[in-house]
Design a protein around this ligand. Structure first.
Ligand SMILES: Nc1ncnc2c1ncn2[C@@H]1O[C@H](COP(=O)(O)OP(=O)(O)OP(=O)(O)O)[C@@H](O)[C@H]1O
Ligand SMILES: [Mg+2]
Length: 589
């Protein structure tokens, strides 16, 4: 009888769902030809099957070579290599079971030693990789095991259970993000909602026609990016200013902010006064707040500690100019210091310099949303959200490339916080996350989500990771340094797309975030090609090695190119004048 060309060996031992396979010593080749197709045996990340009666068990190869031997044999082999006797070894984990034309993840039965092991043909793979729901699946590339087979993701799981794209620099992360987001945007969903935080301004070109771009200093066709400071919770707002406040002083300022927010709310119908707190997203004049606090610190009095001294110079809240009083006399005479002063002039100084810092204009003087001295803003938050999400495109890109990296955390954190709060509180409305889910893409997540750091961005991302699912906010985290990312956040990602990665620490973090059975596969991560990934978790029916498509419009990288720019003639040294003037003026023009 002619041997079956798909039969490659037999089960040697089984432990849990890990199976050791001994390849037949007379198996002709590592690259057999079955029905005219060449197959490669023993590729990490490829499949083998074990027929058991009317079902087929499928396993994913995690190890090949001597180390895949059962432990007991390995010891003997080290003493005496000849016992291998021409056999080769593979280790695989069982991942699913096929009955007829249906494939289910997980196995109900287990093989026993001696069972036959077969290679998996394209016909079989079609069954394994098939079975996605057409409405909710997206195609992102091809299966590495067989280029003719599409690699798909379950979009619903991807969004609701969060996902991480991890890989070394240049491994193809941004390209993968583009492909995933574009595939979502190309679905015929009129109310798809994707928010991309784009630190390098990379995505606008590859997603052109599907997105609206917002940036600080917008050019034609884009929207101006602004984030009203008053929508932030009190503590987050204070954290943006340099310098620390004692708990008492923080309470003192909180009280002032509350007063101002209450005053605004008193004129508005439909707001419950007792629900207003210093955290409520209600406009108030931060300049007036600064001015009042500053004035209180500077006041000096006559002997009675009640009569104010006459001003020596009148200040102005609008321009952040302090009221000045005659200086307190040393040694107990008039004028006297305000003995109720809080000693926060240092903090107020830092606050003033932030309020004047041009780079923070998007926050403290947001165009259209900046309250006047009375606390009245021309436009309110509903119109901000309408601008961000009601433009008719499925994707909103917030381009942060023009923003210095030291304030990136504050910005991305503030944006996420405001959006998340709006979707959380909107859960009973049609624009809340429960009715219209939001998919948030965070590229270069390590830049503002450092492990162990207590910032508005990391707090918000942690909250979304933990409970976003319930409120319809999903996240796609992208980073080249998984080891710097907060581990609890990574562990909340239901799907992991692991591209090439060489750093051992990073690989360790990735493998610990992957399903237990796949940990042994971490070693293969360093040998993946650009754009190739191990995809595991809830968004795929079965863990697989995938080659992403390449985006048509290459993702743009906006770094200055030395070889091109240094070819220009030497600039006039007078340019340094302008540079220093800008620095002093805190402006770029
Ligand atoms: N699937 C793919 N097929 C072919 N080429 C690819 C693929 N994915 C990425 N590339 C190419 O690899 C290069 C790097 O890709 P990309 O910018 O996506 O990497 P990255 O991981 O985002 O890098 P960085 O960490 O620097 O942001 C690009 O030139 C891109 O065109
Ligand atoms: Mg990138």
């Amino acid at each position: 009888m002619k041997p079956n060309p798909t039969h490659i060996g037999q089960v040697e031992s089984v432990s849990g769902n890990s199976v050791t396979i001994k390849m037949a010593s007379n198996y002709p080749s590592n690259m057999p030809i079955v029905d005219g197709t060449v197959y490669r045996i023993g590729q990490i990340g490829s499949f083998l099957k074990i027929p058991l009666g009317y079902a087929n068990l499928y396993g994913l190869i995690t190890q090949a070579g001597v180390l895949a031997m059962p432990e007991s044999l390995l010891v003997a082999y080290k003493e005496n290599p000849s016992i291998a006797d021409g056999h080769r070894w593979l280790r695989m984990i069982l991942v699913g079971e096929q009955i007829g034309s249906s494939f289910e993840r997980g196995v109900l039965q287990s093989p026993t030693s001696g069972d036959q092991v077969h290679l998996v043909t394209n016909e079989d793979l079609r069954i394994v990789y098939g079975g996605y729901n057409a409405q909710s699946s997206i195609v992102i590339g091809n299966q590495s095991a067989s280029e003719g087979l599409a690699a798909q993701l379950d979009m619903d799981k991807l969004i609701s259970r969060h996902c991480a794209i991890l890989g070394a620099t240049g491994s193809g992360k941004s390209n993968a993000v583009s492909i995933v987001v574009k595939a979502i945007a190309e679905k015929p969903f009129p109310s798809a909602r994707v928010l991309m935080i784009d630190p390098h301004g990379e995505y606008a070109s590859s997603l052109a026609g599907k997105c609206r771009v917002f940036r600080v200093g917008a050019i034609a066709g884009e929207g101006e990016l602004c984030v009203p400071f008053w929508a932030l919770p009190f503590k987050e707002l204070m954290a943006i200013f340099p310098g620390k406040l004692s708990d008492q002083n923080e309470d003192y300022i909180r009280g002032k902010v509350l007063e101002m927010k209450r005053a605004w709310a008193a004129d508005v119908e439909g707001l419950r006064e007792e629900a207003i707190t210093a955290d409520s997203p209600i406009p108030f004049s931060i300049k007036q707040l600064w001015f009042d606090l500053d004035n209180f610190e500077r006041m000096t009095f006559r002997k009675d500690q009640e009569t104010l001294m006459d001003l020596t110079e009148e200040g102005d809240a609008e321009t952040l100019k302090s009221n000045l009083y005659p200086a307190a006399a040393p040694g107990g005479g008039e004028p006297f210091l305000n003995n109720k002063a809080k000693g926060i002039l240092g903090f107020l100084d830092g606050m003033r310099s932030r309020l004047l810092d041009q780079r923070y204009q998007f926050l403290f003087e947001p165009e259209g949303y900046c309250p006047d001295i009375e606390g009245q803003a021309p436009s309110d938050l509903p119109s901000l959200f309408a601008t961000w999400f009601g433009h008719g495109f499925p994707i909103s890109i917030l381009d942060l490339s023009a923003i210095p990296s030291d304030i990136m955390q504050a910005i991305s954190g503030s944006i996420l916080k405001i959006v998340y709060d709006a979707l959380y509180w909107g859960q009973t409305t049609l624009v809340g996350g429960k009715q219209q889910p939001l998919f948030v893409v965070l590229d270069e997540a390590h830049a503002y989500l450092k492990a162990g750091e207590d910032s508005i961005s990391s707090r918000t991302v942690q909250a979304i990771a933990k409970e976003g699912r319930k409120y319809g906010v999903g996240m796609l985290l992208v980073t080249q340094r998984p080891s710097e990312l907060d581990e609890t956040v990574l562990s909340q990602c239901g799907s992991i797309i692991a591209l090439r990665m060489t750093n051992t620490r990073d690989k360790g973090h990735v493998s610990s975030a992957m399903q237990d059975e796949l940990r042994e596969m971490a070693d293969v991560l360093s040998s993946l090609r650009t754009g190739e990934a191990i995809v595991s978790g809830e968004a795929v029916r079965i863990p697989s090695r995938v080659k992403f498509f390449q985006a048509d419009n290459a993702v743009k990288s906006s770094d200055p190119i030395a070889s091109k720019l240094w070819a220009n003639p030497q600039p006039d040294v007078a340019e340094y004048e302008a540079s220093v003037r800008n620095w002093r003026n805190q402006s770029f023009n």
